[in-house]
Design a protein around this ligand. Structure first.
Ligand code: NI
Length: 136
């Protein structure tokens, strides 16, 4: 019997979407306002979903404190109030789209979780725009 435990978190961060190897004009056509050279911010909402068997002893799939602490260390402390392009090493050469941010978060959180769990990351860049990634 598998159950999924979800933990929500939040961070604010700035980014710019562009490719260094493209002209400003091409970046403008592809990324529009997100190519603003002065960066812009988003209020990101994260849901980390951990699926596994219920431990018959505790009744937990995972102690949510463990998940909370992983998210704090790997996501909030690393990304909150940061300029993703400039201050976060993972995005030095990776466009910080919601898609790529979700993959980076997945990889960081998965590395700290017991491998017996399945993980899915849901990342809202705006209340209407969100992506999911589960390691496929
Ligand atoms: Ni943006």
């Amino acid at each position: 019997m598998k159950v999924t435990v979800h933990r929500k978190a939040h961070f604010n961060a700035a980014h710019r979407l562009y490719r260094k190897d493209w002209s400003y004009e091409k970046n403008d056509v592809v990324f529009g306002k997100c190519n603003n050279p002065n960066f812009h911010g988003h209020n990101y909402e994260l849901i980390a979903s951990v699926t596994g068997e219920i431990d018959p002893e505790t009744g937990y799939v995972i102690d949510v404190k463990i998940l909370k602490n992983i998210i704090k260390a790997e996501v909030e402390d690393a990304f909150d109030h940061k300029n993703l392009n400039v201050e976060v090493p993972e995005f030095q050469n990776l466009n910080p789209t919601a898609e790529n941010i979700a993959v980076v978060i997945y990889n960081k959180v998965k590395a700290k979780l017991n491998p017996k769990f399945d993980l899915e990351i849901t990342l809202y860049e705006t209340p209407r725009n969100f992506v999911t990634y589960s390691g496929e």
